[in-house]
Design a protein around this ligand. Structure first.
Ligand code: LLP
Length: 422
């Protein structure tokens, strides 16, 4: 459920007509709903009651500080994967003891910054990383809380580019090596083993892969405790999928997911962390774009928009489907026409959809890409020297620009010309 609904024929973000925002900020732009963000966060938070738990928002899905502040105000922690994300979370006012640091390639500098600024735990993904973290913590005279990310060799049954829990993926320590890795962590100075971490992939639309992974985590918890490790925290990752179409998809609900967690690991008495990204931010955002031209091609019509692959890369990168709806509802009974929906970028991959049935549209008409709040703005680029598009946050009948569109001058001024060229 989200808060982007038609009222009197016009798409609204909560109580704000989307066309009013377009008139104020220009197109294309991202628009987020506070109510949807809050609703989705609470669904997870309540699903884990009454367990001792922390929902750490995977801020890679949407890292605007206004979004982080909205969620942090509800009690969210953050899952960060880079020094930049760590700094952003801190800038948004999240305290270090609510930040977990994931990622396969943490540098010593990133570790140092997090240890100095405060960190809840590092999710350590390899033995070499463990050695470096030990050295960094020791040099600072502090102890780093760690969970080892285990690769459970489970097929997440999702798009290959976003599956992470199979042995061929670069993530985590193979489960067969886990006990040796924990033994090594326990003997290294400057590390305190607090738990186990697992994340098997993103946009999972079934619970079975989670169940297989979490059962393995439960068995491992018992084995590690028998080895003398005080496992008190389980980070179960993110990955629960969302419906990208209005019609047939019905991924499991956070409440079913919460029940599964209780069933598989609840008996262990551990504090539970989860790292959802997409399910919190995905359907809390749309990307709004205007039609520039309707071009009649050979046997097909192209709807050429002012938004492009650099603004929303998911269709080109993962063949992802996003519903595209007109901002003004068409008259009932109007016949739909198939369009190839494309952007202005100079490559054929800049295609959002092929043969998509839409009501007849003309230049200047506005369309909204649904489910664009996760992995949308954060994956955008300035390819073709197209400015990063603005982000707008709606709350009730108010809206605010939470990232402005840069001017061409600002973009161009970032280049430095070496002396020999000036
Ligand atoms: N935790 C870890 C360690 C992760 O790697 C990820 C996502 C998450 C949590 C959050 O997963 P979520 O709940 O959002 O599914 N750009 C791709 C998705 C990449 C996901 C990367 N890791 C897309 O647009 O589909």
């Amino acid at each position: 459920m989200d808060h982007f609904l038609y009222r009197d024929g016009a798409l609204h973000a909560e109580d704000v007509p989307v066309a009013d925002i377009a008139a104020a900020v220009g197109t294309p732009f991202y628009c987020y709903s506070t109510a949807t963000l809050e609703r989705h966060f609470r669904l997870f938070d309540e699903a884990l009651e009454p367990m001792d738990h922390l929902v750490c928002f995977a801020m890679k899905s949407n890292s605007n500080q206004a979004i982080l502040k909205t969620l942090a105000a509800l009690g969210a922690g953050m899952d960060v994967v880079s020094g930049g994300e760590y700094a952003r979370a801190k800038a948004a006012g999240v305290s270090g003891d609510r930040i977990v640091f994931s990622g396969v390639g943490k540098t010593a500098a990133e570790m140092r910054a997090a240890l100095e600024g405060g960190i809840r735990q590092f999710n350590v993904e390899s033995e070499p990383e463990m050695e470096v973290l030990s050295a960094v913590a020791t040099s600072l005279g502090v102890t780093a809380p760690v969970a080892l990310r285990i690769n459970p060799d489970v097929d997440a049954r999702t798009h290959a580019k976003i599956a992470t829990g199979k042995s061929e993926n670069k993530f985590g320590i193979p489960i067969a090596r886990a006990r040796d890795a924990y033994a090594r962590a326990a003997e290294l100075p400057g590390l305190e083993v607090v738990g186990i971490d697992v994340h098997i992939g993103s946009q999972l639309t079934e619970l079975e892969p989670f169940e297989m992974a979490y059962r393995k985590v439960a068995d491992l918890t018992e084995a590690l405790r028998a080895d003398g490790h005080a496992i008190r925290r389980l980070d179960l990752g993110g990955g629960l999928g969302i419906p990208y179409t209005r019609s047939n998809e019905a991924p499991p609900l956070p409440s079913d997911y919460g029940d599964l967690i209780k069933r598989t690991v609840g008996h262990l008495g551990c504090e539970v962390e989860i790292e959802p990204g997409r399910l919190i931010s995905g359907n809390a955002g749309i990307m709004v774009s205007a039609v520039i031209y309707v071009k009649h091609g050979e046997g097909r019509d192209f709807l050429i928009l002012d938004g492009a692959m650099n603004d929303l890369v998911r269709p080109s990168m993962y063949d992802a489907h996003h519903d595209i709806v007109p901002v003004f509802e068409p008259e009932p009974g109007l016949e739909q026409t198939p369009y190839d929906v494309v952007g202005p970028v100079c490559e054929s991959g800049d295609t959002f959809a092929r043969g998509r049935n839409m009501p007849p549209l003309k230049p200047g008409d506005l369309v909204a890409f649904r489910s664009a709040g996760a992995y949308g703005a954060v994956m955008s680029s300035e390819y073709n020297t197209r400015p990063l598009i603005p982000e707008v946050l709606v709350r009730g009948d108010q809206f605010a620009v939470i990232r402005p569109r840069p001017t061409f001058d600002e973009m161009i001024a970032r280049d430095n010309i070496p002396e020999w060229l000036s």
